[in-house]
Write a protein that binds this ligand. Sequence first.
Ligand SMILES: Cc1cc2nc3c(=O)[nH]c(=O)nc-3n(C[C@H](O)[C@H](O)[C@H](O)COP(=O)(O)OP(=O)(O)OC[C@H]3O[C@@H](n4cnc5c(N)ncnc54)[C@H](O)[C@@H]3O)c2cc1C
Length: 393
Amino acid sequence: MTTMENPSMELGEDYPDIRESVRRICADFPGEYWNGLDEKLAYPEEFVRALTESGFLGALIPEEYGGSGMPLRAAAVILEEIHATGCNAGACHAQMYTMGTLLRHGSQEQKQKYLPKIGSGELRLQAFGVTEPTSGTDTTKLKTRAERQGDHYVVNGQKVWTSRALHSDLMLLLARTTPYDAVEKKSDGISVFLVDMREALGNGLEIRPIKAMVNHNATEVFFDNLKIPADSLIGEEGKGFRYILDGMNAERILVSSEAIGDARWFIETAARYASERTVFGRPIGMNQGIQFPIARAYTQMKAADLMLRKAAALFAAGLPCGEEANIGKLLASEASWMAAEACMQTHGGFGFATEYHVERKWRETRLFQIAPISTNLILSYVGQHVLGMPRSF
Ligand SMILES: Cc1cc2nc3c(=O)[nH]c(=O)nc-3n(C[C@H](O)[C@H](O)[C@H](O)COP(=O)(O)OP(=O)(O)OC[C@H]3O[C@@H](n4cnc5c(N)ncnc54)[C@H](O)[C@@H]3O)c2cc1C
């Protein structure tokens, strides 16, 4: 395959037109806008509207359903650029990474019903309910149950850390349809549902915000005999865990692109400040104790970026990319944190002043080492699935 056939392998600034358009949109949403939201833990309605109207949020929706049908790498570039300008895609990125489950496993009727409306912004698919308070990373032990009763399912249970649930119309929900002790393989018996939360709220669905270190609009979600129509089920009953796993590589690549964008923002901000701030009669960036951590973060960001481009190219070619997507996620989340630390240290006390936006971005980028998947779980993937060492769970 040549780079002409697969733009994901182009080096340098690929998709320059998309990058430029995203930068233009983001210019209307400066750091003060994000600080204002942060103080009130508010949702960036105007930003999400601008991105939706530009068509960027529908990048992965096929053209036949009103989207622009772009490859994964293009979506990754959109998210990277949003973060590199100092904005945050956390308010709306779930639409991109949950899309694959609906596209690959949804019925024609489900796709016709939802995709055009998601693309136009009439409906938001921004909530993804996987994590539960008791089972945590051990997803197959999730306790939320969906029991078939005639033409509907009855859902009982609880999710935690469900981002954006109060700002989304639809939720992709993972629930057990066959109890854990009644399945042969622990990953069997879990199903995926597309829940219309507009009808459910107050009728068996309760959502409570969680006050958190970052403004991710995180919530706790409670299901108490919630009745959902049987046609909310995506694909076949009991195969949901596999459907979600199918989408994991895409999710890793997309989220890591945000970390790359953050790293670029930190490095650029730190390098500029280091060149301008004068102490002891010279720019602080002349001191290698300041200069080298920024330079080192840059080298790490570039290495992570290269791994992610490889992952996206393999994904586009329909080839296995688990190793590259996982390694790319680990490298990108660590590169962005390294860059955040260098930027914070370079700013000294001013790094703590909210008007410099460093502390907010620093808090935000820490998340990538924990969600959507924590570093240890990535290392266990590499140890067990890539290097063939014994399984620990
Ligand atoms: C701001 C925010 C937004 C989020 N949004 C969503 C969302 O929209 N939807 C959703 O479903 N979830 C969401 N999450 C949840 C997130 O995906 C989980 O927090 C994350 O996967 C870790 O799970 P846990 O918190 O239950 O940690 P635990 O599973 O309790 O793990 C705690 C620590 O122990 C480590 N650990 C656990 N088991 C092992 C092991 N066998 N070997 C080595 N180390 C281990 C983990 O790596 C982790 O560091 C969000 C979280 C946050 C903080």
